[in-house]
Design a protein around this ligand. Structure first.
Ligand SMILES: NC(=O)C1=CN([C@@H]2O[C@H](COP(=O)(O)OP(=O)(O)OC[C@H]3O[C@@H](n4cnc5c(N)ncnc54)[C@H](O)[C@@H]3O)[C@@H](O)[C@H]2O)C=CC1
Ligand SMILES: O=C(O)/C=C/C=C(\O)C(=O)O
Length: 486
């Protein structure tokens, strides 16, 4: 499928800005150039931050909450109106199947604006009446203020979903934003600028600057930025925390994972196979919540092994628009090389390769793309690098266990703590095990079921802070307490 090469510009103060200094984005299916992207420089980042500040102090900051919420809901409608353009941009940047972009990533982009518009409408601040020595009392109540100019730094694996997951609440709660999308997948963030103009969001509320870590750092160190919300790798998050320290910015950090899946002996194995198969291989394993360690009770280990291998063998790699395609490329050659490097590490660590382990050969233009085989291993020690380090590819290690306490210990024995998924038909076990797992999100008998009103974030090296529903208010607003003596 030939694709059209696009030009992707920055979006600052309501207008697209080309800098003339471009870098290329590649279509991972075939390696073709998908876009020429205009990289921002420090002067443009300054302009974006100044525009965001001016909007905050200007019309946007003066809107009533209802007026603002109407505009935020308008953005969701505007995404729906340009649905096909967003799908096309997402598919050509990531190589993911049209089905996935159409059913998951672009609709969630719109939902992220609607959900937080409702959060603001439906949640009051606290109020406490207190006693005073004169017997008259006093009334305390909270007043929320937007935090200010928010720098949004987002990754490439679900570009539209993860970028709007930050922009939706930021705008709903009254902030303005400067977004630095991943340099690998910049197109949907740029297109969203068009929607902002379509629906009448004032200039300067939403800004986008393109580039890699250097441009991200211009935001994290900028004195005009009040908060940084980040999704990406843990090592990048750590760098960002160091960079923000001198200017004392608030941060919200969503980072990497090495998520366990557990199959107890009483699990419904059909269900466990289908859900775990999805959790390991969806989006070619590039989902932060996906499973990379599968612990299976020894009594059903061989059966689950065969079932998951059959699942992997049944995946259909193909073009994004091919009927029934269930596996795409990974996002870039660089990421493919990282995954293939781990495939070698696994072999060096003595893994039995149950399926995959290499790079597929198609005999056509896709051999210039960024493909890897879906891969499962057995025979790895629980503390092998393959079982400890985030790979972020279509792969997982299968590890047997015999006791409940043992598997909880192994599941928690990691630097990360983003998600955990387990399968059991025993309600008592579900209630007993779930609270003992050290993860921000725990699913029982399902995976990636998301209610946007719930807390989302990671423990340990997977994150600092929670977003979602009212939890995002902690980061996107600041509360003053007003105490009135009666
Ligand atoms: N916890 C969560 O909710 C999620 C976490 N992730 C994690 O994201 C990672 C995959 O995304 P990647 O794009 O590879 O992450 P990454 O950390 O390489 O890049 C993320 C963003 O940070 C920017 N960046 C890089 N260096 C920077 C610096 N020094 N200062 C400021 N910005 C900088 C990048 O340009 C990009 O926009 C995985 O580790 C995955 O687990 C992905 C989705 C959700
Ligand atoms: O549902 C969320 O808020 C986060 C979802 C994460 C992904 O879709 C991903 O990492 O691919």
């Amino acid at each position: 499928m030939p694709i059209q090469t696009r030009t992707v510009a920055n979006f600052v103060d309501g207008s697209y800005v080309e800098t003339g200094n471009t870098f290329d984005v590649h279509y991972p299916v075939t390696g073709q150039v998908a876009a020429h992207v205009h990289e921002a420089d420090a002067a443009l980042v300054d302009r974006a931050v100044a525009a965001a500040r001016a909007a905050l102090d200007g019309l946007w900051g003066r809107l009533t909450a209802d007026e603002r919420i109407d505009l935020v809901i308008g953005v969701a409608d505007g995404i729906a109106q340009r649905f096909d353009e967003f799908v096309e941009a997402e598919v050509t940047d990531t190589g993911q199947a049209y089905n996935m972009a159409k059913r998951v990533n672009i609709p969630r982009g719109a939902a992220n604006f609607r959900a937080f518009a409702h959060t603001l409408r439906e949640n009051a601040t606290e109020a406490f009446r207190m006693e005073t020595p004169d017997g008259q009392g006093a009334l305390n109540f909270g007043v929320r203020h937007p935090r200010g100019v928010i720098g949004v730094i987002s990754p490439w694996n679900a570009p539209m979903l993860l970028m709007t997951w930050k922009v939706g609440p930021a705008l709903a709660f009254g902030n303005t934003v400067v977004v630095k999308p991943s340099e690998v997948t910049p197109s949907t963030a740029a297109l969203l600028g068009q929607v902002m103009n379509d629906v009448g969001v004032p200039a300067g509320v939403y800004n986008v600057v393109h580039g890699g870590g250097k441009v991200g750092e211009m935001l994290t160190t900028h004195r005009g930025v009040d908060g940084i919300t980040f999704t990406g790798e843990t090592v990048t998050g750590s760098r960002i925390l160091q960079a923000v320290a001198p200017t004392l910015k608030a941060t919200s950090m969503e980072m990497g994972g090495k998520n366990p899946g557990i199959v107890f002996e009483d699990a419904d194995l059909d269900l466990a196979t289908t859900i775990l198969g999805r959790s390991i291989f969806l989006n070619t394993g590039q989902v932060c919540l996906g499973t990379e360690r599968v612990y299976v009770h020894e009594s059903v280990f061989e059966e689950m092994k065969d079932r998951l291998v059959a699942y992997a063998e049944g995946l259909k790699p193909g073009y994004p628009d091919e009927e029934g395609v269930t596996l795409g490329p990974v996002v870039s050659d660089e990421h493919r090389d990282k995954i293939v490097g781990y495939y070698q590490v696994a072999r060096d660590e003595g893994a039995e390769v149950l399926v995959g382990g290499g790079v597929p050969h198609f005999g056509d233009e896709r051999d210039n793309g960024s493909w890897v085989e879906p891969t499962l291993w057995a025979g790895l020690a629980h503390d092998a690098r393959t079982c400890r380090e985030e790979i972020f590819g279509p792969c997982a290690a299968l590890i047997p266990f015999s006791e409940e306490d043992e598997v909880i210990r192994m599941a928690n024995d990691t630097d990360y703590g983003l998600s955990a998924t387990f399968f059991t038909t025993d309600v008592s076990r579900a209630l007993r095990v779930a609270p003992r797992l050290q993860a921000g999100i725990i699913w029982v008998n399902d995976w990636f079921l998301r209610d946007l009103r719930t807390a989302f974030g990671g423990m340990k090296h997977s994150g600092i802070g929670r977003e979602g529903g009212v939890h995002g208010l902690e980061f996107y607003t600041e509360t003053s307490n007003v105490c009135i003596k009666i």
